[in-house]
Design a protein around this ligand. Structure first.
Ligand SMILES: Cc1ncc(COP(=O)(O)O)c(C=O)c1O
Length: 374
């Protein structure tokens, strides 16, 4: 006799049981036998190919004899260090194991069933999952035919009954952003109670765009509630260590959010590594220059091949393709050649292919394979 065991879906809230699967950028488990690990080129998750500061590696080695000890759950040292760097009160900072963990905490804590969240289309798809889990709807504002986003359309969307604006700047996957005058208009159009969740995971790379706005300054001047999400995963090259932070508009907001999170969520080694990474700004600057230089070179190649791409302030370039099937076919073709990129759904039935900027030789290899496929 077989034992009848309850369907696990019945044990979860309907919103959770019906969640779609999130597609991550890398699929190493699908590597075929003929592809060795050495041949593999990871251009699918927007990592920094140069790796972290040598100081980070040294600190990690030194931390090995402390792994039996609990870390400092208050994150006081890194909060003070970052507070000084950013010129803000450290009490407004919140840390977790990656900025996506903070976004998760935010959506769990702030969204109510039936709430509206405004975002760009396409954008970081995880917002759709986290919002659906909370019973909230995402209103997406798509880009125009010329691959730009129109601020007036975003203003229209935010001026309605909106609990949260989830604005990724530079946007993932397109790298787009609103320049200062446009961003000011958006903030002015919003209800004063609407929370701006500004996902600035790629903000360090935007230094090569002179018109990139100081979004925090604009939100502060307007008195709008906000949290800016930042990460050590991208420019600081610590994706494997798992640490991100949030800058909240006031200390009380950060305190409330901390209450909803687990207490020991960042390891001691990770905290030490992040502090060392923040301290080595020269290493960061070198990486940013190398990536920006390569981005311009790749963009020129794309222009000469007539390839359509978005204006990106991130460490990646995003191609626009007529259909999602085409995007996924190119992604699969690249992967057959050992190159991981990320194809996904774009506006309507369109597709996009996001390619992380690698080292020069890696980019040459990517360009050769891509031009044969496109
Ligand atoms: C826009 C955006 N936000 C957040 C994250 C997650 O970053 P973390 O590694 O800090 O969780 C990513 C990672 O790809 C991202 O693209």
């Amino acid at each position: 006799m077989t034992l009848e065991v309850i369907d696990p879906k019945l044990l979860f809230r309907d919103e959770i049981a019906n969640l779609p699967v999130y597609k991550t950028g890398t699929k190493f488990q699908e590597l075929t036998e003929e592809q060795s690990k050495q041949d593999m080129l990871r251009l699918g998750s927007n990592e920094n190919p140069y790796g972290p500061s040598p100081q980070v590696l040294k600190v990690i080695q030194e931390s090995l004899n402390e792994v039996h000890l609990y870390p400092d759950s208050t994150c006081t040292d890194i909060a003070n260090q970052l507070g000084d760097m950013l010129g803000i009160d450290s009490g407004r900072l919140i840390f977790n194991s990656g900025s996506e963990a903070i976004l998760h905490a935010m959506t769990n804590a702030c969204l109510r069933p039936g709430d509206n969240v405004v975002s760009l289309v396409p954008s970081f798809p995880i917002i759709n999952i986290f919002s659906a889990a909370a019973g909230a709807n995402v209103i997406g504002v798509p880009h125009e035919d010329d691959l730009t986003f129109r601020a007036d359309k975003f203003c229209q969307a935010v001026s309605g009954n909106v609990r949260m604006v989830y604005l990724v700047m530079p946007n993932n996957p397109t790298g787009s952003y609103f320049a200062e005058p446009e961003f000011k208009k958006i903030v002015a159009a919003a209800n004063p109670e609407t929370l701006f969740v500004l996902d600035e995971a790629y903000v360090e790379f935007a230094g090569d765009k002179p018109d990139y706005p100081d979004a925090i300054k604009i939100l502060e001047a307007a008195g709008q509630p906000y949290i800016s999400l930042r990460t050590m995963s991208k420019a600081y090259a610590l994706a494997g260590m798992r640490i991100g932070y949030g800058i909240a508009y006031c200390e009380e907001f950060a305190t409330l959010l901390k209450r909803t999170s687990t207490v020991f969520n960042i390891g001691g080694m990770t905290l030490n590594a992040a502090e060392a990474a923040l301290a080595d700004q020269a290493h960061l600057a070198q990486c940013l220059i190398a990536i920006s230089t390569e981005k311009s070179r790749i963009e020129q190649e794309f222009v000469s091949h007539g390839i359509r791409f978005f204006n990106s302030a991130g460490n990646f370039i995003c191609l626009s393709l007529p259909t999602v099937e085409q995007a996924l076919a190119i992604e699969a073709g690249m992967q057959k050649n050992g190159i991981f990129t990320k194809g996904q759904k774009g506006r309507g039935n369109e597709g996009v292919l996001r390619i992380t900027i690698g080292k020069p030789a890696d980019n040459d290899r990517m360009l050769a394979v891509l031009s044969a496929l496109i």
